[in-house]
Design a binder for this molecule. Structure first.
Ligand SMILES: CC(C)(COP(=O)(O)OP(=O)(O)OC[C@H]1O[C@@H](n2cnc3c(N)ncnc32)[C@H](O)[C@@H]1OP(=O)(O)O)[C@@H](O)C(=O)NCCC(=O)NCCS
Length: 288
């Protein structure tokens, strides 16, 4: 059977979400997580569907991609399809070849699991090594230490404050309350939680959103940030510990996060909250 590339409609997204959930298992190399789609859902259901691509054979989804920006495709495959040569070649052709229909012209990047055959095929097709990313993992077998600050679970009444911390943490962010509403209305938010940390004076200083992929599977932190006026006071470590505790409550087997290796302080912050570095994964990039 041939491999079929599809762009699902909103009401067809369930297959891709279910597959992504199923593919998360303890010990898997860092890969696209349902939480990445949950976070993308801040742009709404239609935009999320428009950003998703699937590759299937005989009706079974073998790979899911998310256009996390017009020139960046983040993807993963079913664990048993990582070394599937027909799939890797078809995906490479869809990304690079004359009939490509996934990425625009210009400089583009692809993020794929480090053990995917696609990595080799893209390298052979002339793709370069791009920005290095550092995945980190925290075991959740034992209870997580208390973060030592006031932590609140964000519901609609705290959405404005949570959004303000997001903008104060990420340069150029336009995240507003309406984005939180859209994200929280998405189907993936049922397995998610947003947390806000307050300092001793009650000011909202840090936020995180965590995403479960179901009990016994690794969960994801995306995003995490500290207000730029309140950094280097332990709030990053505190909100990260609170995130790990929330994922443990949601039944996750471990907490995962991925950050650009060059992000000042982020790797140190996760490490200070008990996360261990996993091998770096570079994006693949090239000019199309
Ligand atoms: C990265 C970030 C969360 C750190 O928050 P923070 O409140 O300043 O961090 P903490 O005070 O809890 O520091 C935790 C550890 O990281 C270290 N650290 C924090 N920022 C650092 C920096 N800029 N350079 C070097 N080390 C740094 C601290 O020294 C501390 O280490 P220690 O436990 O060994 O003493 C914050 O800078 C931020 O929000 N950045 C923008 C958003 C972002 O990048 N989020 C993560 C993306 S995945």
């Amino acid at each position: 059977m041939a491999i079929v590339l599809s762009s699902p409609e909103v009401d067809e997204l369930g297959g891709a979400l279910g597959a992504l959930r199923e593919w998360q298992y303890e010990g898997a190399p860092m890969q696209l997580h349902p939480g990445d789609l949950g976070w993308f859902w801040r742009f709404g259901a239609a935009a999320t569907a428009a950003a998703v691509r699937t590759w299937s054979r005989d009706g079974r989804i073998l790979a899911v991609g998310l256009l996390d920006g017009p020139d960046l495709l983040r993807l993963t495959t079913a664990p048993d399809a990582r070394q599937d040569e027909e799939l890797a070649r078809r995906m490479a052709a869809d990304l690079t070849g004359p009939e490509r229909g996934v990425l625009p012209q210009g400089k583009v990047s692809v993020e794929a699991p480090r053990d995917a055959l696609l990595q080799e095929v893209l390298r052979a097709d002339g793709w370069d090594t791009g920005e290095p990313w550092t995945p980190l993992r925290r075991d959740l077998t034992e209870p997580v230490p208390d973060p030592g600050v006031r932590i609140e679970v964000v519901g609609p009444e705290l959405a404005t404050e949570r959004a303000a911390v997001q903008r104060a943490a990420f340069d150029g962010s336009t995240y507003g309350e309406e984005r939180w509403q859209a994200m929280a209305a998405g189907p993936l938010y049922a397995g998610a939680r947003c947390l806000l940390a307050r300092d001793a004076r009650g000011r909202a200083v840090a936020m995180v959103t965590v995403w479960s992929a179901g009990p016994g599977r690794p969960g994801l932190l995306e995003p995490m940030g500290v207000h730029r006026d309140h950094r280097r006071r332990g709030h990053g470590r505190a909100i990260t510990l609170a995130a790990a505790a929330a994922l443990r409550e949601l039944g996750a087997s471990s907490a995962l996060v991925c950050t650009p290796s060059a992000n000042p302080g982020a790797v140190d912050t996760y490490a200070s909250a008990g996360f261990r570095r996993m091998p770096e994964v570079p994006d693949r990039c090239r000019e199309l």
